[in-house]
Design a protein around this ligand. Structure first.
Ligand SMILES: NC(=O)c1ccc[n+]([C@@H]2O[C@H](COP(=O)([O-])OP(=O)(O)OC[C@H]3O[C@@H](n4cnc5c(N)ncnc54)[C@H](OP(=O)(O)O)[C@@H]3O)[C@@H](O)[C@H]2O)c1
Length: 274
């Protein structure tokens, strides 16, 4: 099968394209620097010619509220329309566990809009909800700074290795469309503040972590289980300690795009005042 990976040069996309080739599929990595731009439509018709499946693991270069919404709405509309014309039989998209519970966040409103377009289209689909990637833990610290300290909510999550995300998405891409959501997650639960503290320690990063119940995640207030998947989530194999021993863990992740409001100072000062 010809499977087009939109965002095929990114963290998940590059791993996914390799795993699909391991499954003996013809995987085409599509991204602006391979001449395919889902925002403008450039290169899409050619890339999708004779494709059976399209997997969208792209991400917006900016996470500012309006920009990220425009990215996911425009690129998803374009993709679905070109897929219809090319006769693609399965649209797979990567999203995040708990997306529907995170509408206070501009980033997650954009993911909700992406999912809505997919559900409303006539193309058979599978939406994969993954938990946070281990590779994202340092980035999570970077976007959670208040002064020189990292403020994080002490709530549960079940993060996973990007390798396991790619394996999970690859399996779904070669399967039958579920026309619904499949959750994938890591094998263990942690508290967000505790695991980011361990990740920074592994990088000899001395920033102090503050467990702050008012800290927001990408602009949204979290409760204890907002980020936790359902019991039937498909679990990856890689534990956090095993991942730490792998070469990928020695590389701190790239800085996250600007425009992510993290700690709710307004609510905090309001609470102090009241
Ligand atoms: N971070 C997490 O913990 C987490 C958890 C669950 C799900 N997710 C989801 O996982 C997905 C992938 O994340 P990632 O970290 O692998 O992303 P990433 O490394 O930032 O890669 C993004 C990819 O999108 C491509 N792209 C950007 N603009 C494009 C455009 N106009 N047309 C086509 N491609 C474009 C990029 O190409 P260039 O490099 O050429 O710009 C790149 O290949 C996202 O949708 C995210 O919501 C993330």
């Amino acid at each position: 099968m010809k499977i087009v990976v939109i965002g095929g040069t990114g963290l998940i996309g590059s791993k996914l394209a390799n795993k699909l080739r391991d499954h003996k599929q013809e995987a085409v990595a599509a991204a602006p620097n391979t001449g395919v731009n889902t925002l403008t439509g450039e290169g899409l018709a050619e890339a999708l010619k004779d494709a059976s499946v399209v997997v969208d693991v792209s991400n917006s270069p900016s996470w500012e509220d309006a920009a990220v919404l425009k990215f996911f709405e425009t690129s998803t509309r374009n993709l679905l329309s070109y897929e219809g014309a090319a006769g693609v039989g399965h649209h797979v998209a990567l999203s995040v566990v708990g997306t529907d519970r995170l509408s206070e966040s501009g980033y997650f409103r954009a993911k909700i809009a992406q999912e809505k377009l997919i559900k409303e289209s006539s193309i058979p689909y599978s939406i994969v909800h993954a938990t946070q990637f281990f590779e994202f833990l340092k980035g999570l610290a970077d976007i959670s700074m208040v002064g020189d300290k990292v403020h994080l909510p002490p709530v549960l999550f079940q993060p996973m290795a990007a390798d396991d995300v790619a394996s999970g998405v690859a399996r779904i891409a070669v399967g039958t469309p579920v026309n619904g959501i499949i959750e994938i997650a890591g094998p263990e639960q942690f508290r967000v503040d505790e695991l980011v503290r361990r990740r920074l320690a592994s990088l000899q990063d001395s920033r102090e972590i503050v467990a702050d119940p008012n800290a927001l995640y990408s602009g949204a207030k979290l409760s204890e289980r907002t980020l936790v998947p359902e019991k039937d989530a498909r679990l990856g194999e890689t534990s956090f300690e095993t991942w730490l021993t792998q070469p990928g863990a020695q590389i701190p992740s790239a800085p996250q795009p600007a425009g992510v409001a993290v700690v709710n100072r307004e609510k905090e000062s309001h609470q102090k005042a009241s």
